[in-house]
Design a protein around this ligand. Structure first.
Ligand code: LIP
Length: 276
């Protein structure tokens, strides 16, 4: 293996991603202590971005390019940086921004590393992923084929859960009209499951699934930076992760669960009009 190949190995990329995510977590926590204000709104009046989102992504980008100057970067808060190495970093500096603004301890630094990704960070193969919850200090991580871990402990999804006993995570859009549609789906689904949890961060939802704190998760309207790292953690913990009509996850739909439960949840979502 050449030095270049070794540096692009999933485990090497994971070590670098973990170091960067932990440093970004410390930065964001310290910045939060200085107070948080809304810097701008994006797709709607409730789709907010804070200066800490932007500053944390700037820090993450600088650390990535310092270590791997030829890589590309796709992040939520800045324009894409096109690389030449075929390796792209998919970054959400603060996933769960509304929780961050309100001080709800459920927001995350999410960093994925992929090869062969297209514009927007979609369609590639995720080699490594790290999700840090700065409020709890939890560092969820996974490398392709290397398993998923939290604090050195191997993670595994809950097995043998039927839909009627399933604790299911989901989330809702910043668009009022899409939330109306999502509420209609929930109206159909809720009587068929144990209960719903709306954590407010897709990255933490997917890690909760990997850790057995949820049995399943689905959401519509996510971006690659919301789910890329968490989806690898969930897959490496034994979850099936998919999207519309049984294919790959997309911005249209992401469904994740232990494979047996996945089929039951997908059928229930189809019954509610979702093309799962
Ligand atoms: C959030 C997602 C969450 C979704 C929220 C929001 P953000 O990402 O992680 O799952 O329900 O509406 O999109 O905007 O905090 O990075």
């Amino acid at each position: 293996m050449t030095q270049h190949e070794a540096s692009a190995a999933p485990t090497a990329l994971l070590e670098l991603a973990r170091d960067i995510a932990v440093r970004a977590s410390e930065f964001a926590l310290e910045a939060r202590r200085g107070g948080v204000t809304v810097a701008a709104t994006k797709s709607s009046a409730v789709d907010i971005v804070t200066a800490v989102d932007r500053d944390t992504e700037t820090l993450i980008r600088s650390l990535i390019l310092e270590a791997r100057p030829d890589d590309g970067i796709v992040g939520e808060e800045d324009v894409a940086h096109v690389g030449t190495s075929g390796i792209d970093w998919i970054v959400d500096p603060i996933d769960g921004t509304v929780n961050f603004l309100y001080g709800v301890p459920a927001w995350a630094i999410s960093i994925a590393v992929a090869e062969g990704a297209a514009a927007g960070g979609v369609g590639g193969t995720t080699l490594a992923g790290v999700v840090v919850n700065p409020s709890t200090g939890e560092v969820f991580e996974a490398s392709l084929g290397g398993g998923a871990r939290l604090a050195g402990r191997q993670l595994g999804v809950n097995a043998g859960v039927t839909l009627s006993s399933a604790l299911v995570g989901t989330g809702f859009s910043y668009s009022s009209e899409r939330r109306r549609e999502q509420a209609a789906v929930l109206l159909e689904l809720l009587p068929q499951i144990r209960d719903i949890r709306r954590i407010g961060s897709a990255a933490l939802d997917l890690c909760a699934l990997a850790a057995g704190r949820l049995d399943a998760y689905y959401e519509r309207g996510l971006n690659a930076w919301d789910h890329s790292a968490g989806a690898l953690v969930a897959r490496e913990a034994g979850a099936r992760v998919g999207g519309p009509r049984g294919g790959r996850e997309t911005s249209e739909l992401l469904v994740a669960a232990e494979p047996g439960l996945y089929e039951q949840l997908a059928a229930a979502l189809r019954g509610a009009g979702v093309e799962a």
